[in-house]
Design a protein around this ligand. Structure first.
Ligand code: PHB
Length: 398
């Protein structure tokens, strides 16, 4: 009996120190910086759901003996100092080989120099200001840029009877990009901007800004605000002030009709026309399967927004680099693998990472909010295929 016990104890000890199986156990560490608390926590939850859904479907596809450890950190919202501290800790203490996430542009910009210094590839899953990718050769973006949606929307508007526009955007990186992209696309095609205002990012009150827009009597208001509750607040203020009743249309980037908030916005959202790279209502088979899997995991009344898809595709890119290197992550090899990475069947359509700029190339869809079976949906009407970030094209960055 004694002997048996000693044997058992030795076996347990051995199991704890020695890797079992033919391949040496290998753990890849991925640090995720996301906004899990604060007023933007709903958006952060969307991004995290994309990670969870991808892991549920594909964890089994990791190379044999390779594990992915995801270390999640909460930047609490647009807070670059916190993002910088968290990225520093993830790199120096946790020794992550990859970074991902970043809802907000200022946070992505705070992390960029750390990615360069430590040579840690940083896969941006949301933040959309065009110039972010120029700030580190270790950044690849799988999300979108505001130029990608605002510029083609402006061209469409100018050609479809909208002659005058008033712009209302959030006063920071992506808002300024959206305003500048729309203004260029619209005025180059004969449209006239009647005014542009920028609303504070923190605790915005949209009423005085939309009142000014209403007084200018434009054909349409163009808007970008960060998705989530701000989008719903913008929509409500637009309705309450009677802009729609005064014959003013609302157009913008898809952030303002973000899918997970659409039912909360109510009928005021009907007819709002946006340009964007993802709609939960998209009829592509890959998207139908994606939405079905999402609802099975998170609830039948839940709709995946673009942040879910950004994170989901970001994980697909991460799995690609892990697979190609069998879990031995080399930073420069990783960046080479990300350049030109493509997925012809993302839920949003075909996507690829432009090798010159490390930025995403994807379809943009013209959408209008309509009621389908009693539910508000961003119905896709037209496709503008494989749009490269126009800011980079116009500034000869590629
Ligand atoms: C950004 O900060 O880049 C950002 C945040 C929320 C959005 C879009 C862009 O909906």
């Amino acid at each position: 009996m004694m002997r048996l016990w000693r044997f058992a104890a030795t076996a347990v000890l051995l199991a704890a120190v020695a890797p079992v199986g033919d391949a040496l156990a290998q753990t890849v560490k991925l640090g995720i910086i996301d906004s899990y608390s604060g007023p933007m926590a709903g958006v952060g939850e969307q991004l995290d759901r994309g990670i969870r859904l991808y892991m549920q479907e594909h964890e089994k596809d990791l190379p044999k003996g390779v594990k992915l450890e995801i270390i999640r950190r909460d930047d609490t919202g647009p807070n670059p100092a916190v993002a910088k501290r968290l990225a520093t800790e993830l790199i120096t203490r946790d020794h992550v080989q990859l970074l991902g996430g970043a809802i907000f542009t200022p946070n992505a910009l705070a992390i960029a120099p750390l990615a360069t210094e430590a040579k840690v590839p940083f896969i941006i899953m949301n933040a959309g200001t065009s110039m972010i990718t120029t700030k580190s050769p270790y950044i690849a973006r799988v999300s979108f840029t505001l130029w990608q949606s605002s510029y083609p929307l402006a061209e469409w508007a100018a050609k479809h009877g909208i002659k005058t526009v008033y712009s209302v955007v959030s006063d920071y990186g992506p808002g300024i990009d959206a305003e500048q992209a729309f203004t260029k696309g619209f005025t180059d095609n004969g449209g006239q901007m009647l005014g542009t205002v920028r609303v504070p990012l923190e605790n915005p009150d949209f009423v005085p800004f939309l009142q000014r827009a209403k007084d200018a009597k434009p054909n349409a208001v163009f808007s970008f605000v960060p998705a989530g509750k701000q989008a719903t607040a913008l929509m409500k203020a637009f309705g309450d002030l009677g802009l729609g009743a005064a014959g003013i249309r609302l157009i913008g980037t898809g952030d303002i009709t973000t899918d997970e908030e659409l039912q909360n916005m109510g009928d005021v959202a009907l007819g709002v026309t946006t340009m964007f790279h993802y709609s939960a209502a998209g009829q592509r088979p890959a998207n139908v399967a994606f939405v079905t899997a999402y609802k099975a995991m998170f609830g039948q009344n839940q709709e995946p927004s673009f942040e879910v898809v950004g994170a989901y595709d970001g994980m697909a890119a991460i799995f690609h680099v892990i697979d190609a290197q069998q879990g031995n992550i080399d930073p420069d090899k990783t960046m080479e693998l990300l350049k030109g990475w493509r997925d012809d069947a993302s839920p949003r359509g075909p996507i690829y990472i432009d090798p010159q700029t490390r930025d995403i190339v994807q379809n943009e869809y013209l959408r209008r909010v309509e009621k389908v079976n009693g539910q508000l949906e961003n119905v896709e009407l037209e496709t503008i295929p494989m749009v490269k970030d126009p800011w980079k094209v116009l500034n000869h960055q590629n």
